[in-house]
Each structure stands twice: as structure tokens, then as C-alpha cells.
Write a protein that binds this ligand. Structure first.
Ligand code: PLP
Length: 393
């Protein structure tokens, strides 16, 4: 069997051993429902309280401003739908960007069908929004600005503190989808003027299916899910105690190792980028050259399809991703790559490699050596490449 090289850490991460150990007792020992009043429920309750403190500390929030959810998708849905509902009297206009995750974009499209108006801001060729364009888009009836902290495909980090300052100057609420950034970048909801923030445990070596929504004290936020009185009547459903305990441990570990992990990943990422750009012709780096997540490298290779690349990499045990999505049987290029201005034929040839703290330079060198051969092989079969070589176009 081939070795396995996992370079899809933006999709999900491996659970850290310490995280797993923090979760295990809650399955078979301290398994009581934390809402119960008997003493046996005390340990479960305590685990949730500890995790709330650990996860809140990472964004400088108060623990009671956090509501545990089933992950980033639920948090994004809740933040946007609830603000639209609660602030309906003030207005029905929302501002977001063209490069958000579908958890935000599809929620906004749903709200448009309910009578909201949504402005989707453009981004420049690096994936950054324009603060001037944001200022101009704000209207008296704008109730929410939702801009992601860092993009999941191309890794670009948005100017979150400035966006928050602009939102607050205009009395508009600011939500950020920090699913890719939480635990990887220093975030501070006070300094960055953030009112609502979505995070998800499985992007920082925590378990899948658990996240939180941070809601600044004083903000009206009707529940998304109706039922029991959990999470101070705002998010019904028996708490996922093991998942929440794991999330807390993952946040604690992320806080302790954030800087050294980012420095190590940045060095490896830059080595990867330098080798690919210098050794493979007709390829480009997508996203911002420096204001990008430390573990993200995203490329387009001209004359080939990202999916073919993925299949051949998979045959070597290399897990990577491409931005394209299969919509009704046809491959659609990533909306993010189109938004940064790439033509369809170039956007189709994308490859995202996302590192972890376990990635080694030896693995990356192996990937680049193999990628060079794969790209050559695919180009030899490409009529577009043949045409380009013959006619220079
Ligand atoms: N937002 C962003 C930016 C993401 O990258 C993801 C997951 O890939 C999500 C939201 C959805 O998070 P979850 O998988 O926890 O539902």
C-alpha cells in the first residue's frame, strides 16, 4: 500500500490525542445529561463549563457569550437568519462577499427569497475586499455585515478589525465566519469589533459536529432551533458533552501552540510555494502572497483539470482538494476563483494543499516531485496545451 500524505487540513483535521483523551470519559463514565439536577450530572456540567471558558478565552469573549452548536454551518445559519429576523424593523439589507463559504452564501440566498436584499461585495485579485466599497454599500436599512475572517479555499485573511470598526461607526452588526481562522490566528472580539463569530472544532484538531456561535452581550438573537431550554434558552438540544469537552481541549492546545505552529507551517508552506512556482511552468498561486493562512497553498495549473490532478495524486496516497463543485453532473469552477477574476478554463485547474503541524518537508518534496510528473503527463494529453505549444495561445 502507498504511504498516505494528508494535505487537506482545510477540509478537516486529525483529532489530537489529548483531545481524544478529554472526550473519552464522557461516553462511558460521566455520561449524564448535563441538564439533570442529580449529582452525577455535575461532571458533565463541569466539562461544558470548562470548555466554554477555554473556547471563549481564545477570542477574548466572556464564556456566557458563547453558544455551542453542531458546527460552522449551524452557527453561520443562526447568526444571519436570526439577525435578519430580530432587526427586521430596522431594515432588511445584508452585506456579505462573493467568496464566503456556502453556509453563508446559501443562507443569504434563502433570505433573499424571504424579502431581504443582499449586497455581495467583490474582492480583488488576491481575494481581499475593498474597505471603500464596504463603506459605500452601507445603507440606512443595513442590519448586518458578514465577512469571513479567512477564506477556506485560497487562505486570504480579510481586514477584520477595520471591517468591524466601519460596521460599528455605522451602527451595523458585524458577523464573521472564523471557521478557518479560529485556533490558527489571534482573534479578539473586542479589539476587532466583532458582534457574532462562528467557529468549528474539527478545523483545529477537535471533533466533527461541534462548534459555537459567539454573540455579543445585548444582541437580540432568536433561536434557530426550538425545543428545550439548553444554552440559556437560545439553542435547544441535549449538549454534545464529549464533543464540547474535546473542543475545549483543542482550543486550549491551539492557544498554547499558535505562534510556533504558524511559524513552522509558514516556512513549509513557503517552501512548497517556491518549489511549485519555480519548477512547474504555467502555474499561479491563488490568494494573497502574505496575508494568508499559514497552512494554505492554492494553485492553478493551466491546460489541465483539477479533478484529474486529484485522482492521480490519490493513486499515490496524497489527499488534496480542488475548488470545483459538482453541480447537476457538471463540474463548476469554484465561486472563489471566479470572484478573484480567473477565467473558467484556468479556475478549473486548481489544487489546494493545506498543511498540518504533522506535515514534513520530506512529504512536501515528494508531493512536488510527483506533481511535476503528473502535470507533464496530463498536459501531454491536453488539446489546449498542444494548441498553445503550436500557436502560442
Ligand atoms: N465556513 C467555512 C469558512 C468553512 O471552511 C466551513 C467548513 O469547511 C464551514 C463554514 C462549515 O463548517 P462545518 O463543517 O463545521 O459545518
Amino acid at each position: 500500500m502507498n504511504r498516505q500524505i494528508y494535505l487537506d487540513n482545510a477540509a478537516t483535521t486529525k483529532i489530537n490525542e489529548e483531545v481524544l483523551n478529554a472526550m473519552l470519559p464522557h461516553f462511558t463514565q460521566t455520561y449524564a445529561n448535563p441538564s439533570a439536577i442529580y449529582t452525577f450530572a455535575g461532571e458533565a456540567k463541569k466539562a461544558v463549563d470548562t470548555a466554554r471558558t477555554q473556547t471563549a478565552a481564545l477570542i477574548n469573549a466572556a464564556p456566557e457569550e458563547l453558544y455551542f452548536t453542531s458546527g460552522g454551518t449551524e452557527s453561520d445559519n443562526w447568526a444571519i437568519k436570526a439577525v435578519a429576523e430580530a432587526y427586521r424593523e430596522k431594515g432588511r439589507h445584508i452585506i456579505t462577499t462573493k467568496i464566503e463559504h456556502h453556509a453563508v452564501l446559501h443562507t443569504c440566498q434563502y433570505l433573499e427569497k424571504q424579502g431581504c436584499e443582499v449586497t455581495y461585495l467583490d474582492v480583488d485579485e488576491t481575494g481581499a475586499i475593498s474597505l471603500d466599497a464596504l463603506q459605500s454599500a452601507i445603507r440606512p436599512d443595513t442590519v448586518l455585515i458578514s465577512v469571513m475572517t479567512a477564506n477556506n479555499e485560497i487562505g486570504t485573511i480579510e481586514p477584520i478589525a477595520q471591517i468591524g470598526a466601519i460596521a460599528h461607526e455605522h451602527g451595523v452588526l458585524f458577523h464573521t465566519d472564523a471557521v478557518q481562522a479560529y485556533g490558527h490566528l489571534a482573534l479578539d472580539v473586542e479589539a476587532m469589533h466583532i458582534d457574532l463569530l462562528s467557529a468549528s472544532a474539527h478545523k483545529l484538531n477537535g471533533p466533527k459536529g461541534v462548534g459555537f456561535l459567539y454573540v455579543r452581550k445585548g444582541i437580540k438573537l432568536p433561536p434557530l432551533l426550538h425545543g428545550g431550554a439548553q444554552e440559556r434558552n437560545r439553542r435547544a438540544g441535549t449538549l454534545n458533552v464529549a464533543g464540547i469537552a474535546g473542543f475545549g481541549k483543542a482550543a486550549e492546545l491551539a492557544a498554547a501552540h499558535m505562534e510556533e505552529k504558524a511559524a513552522r507551517e509558514t516556512a513549509l508552506r513557503d517552501h512548497l510555494i517556491t518549489r511549485i512556482l519555480s519548477e512547474i511552468p504555467y502555474c499561479r498561486l491563488n490568494g494573497h502572497p502574505t496575508d494568508r493562512l499559514s497552512n494554505n497553498a492554492n494553485f492553478c495549473f493551466r491546460f489541465i483539470e483539477g479533478e484529474s490532478l486529484l485522482i492521480l495524486l490519490d493513486q499515490l496516497g496524497i489527499c488534496a482538494s480542488s475548488g470545483s463543485a459538482c453541480t447537476s453532473g457538471a463540474l463548476e469552477p469554484s465561486h472563489v476563483l471566479l470572484a478573484i477574476g480567473l477565467p473558467h478554463e484556468i479556475a478549473h485547474g486548481s489544487l489546494r494543499l493545506t498543511l498540518s503541524d504533522e506535515t514534513t518537508q520530506e512529504e512536501l518534496d515528494f508531493v512536488v516531485d510527483e506533481l511535476k510528473k503528473i502535470v507533464d503527463r496530463l498536459r501531454v494529453m491536453s488539446p489546449l496545451y498542444e494548441d498553445f505549444m503550436k500557436n502560442g495561445r
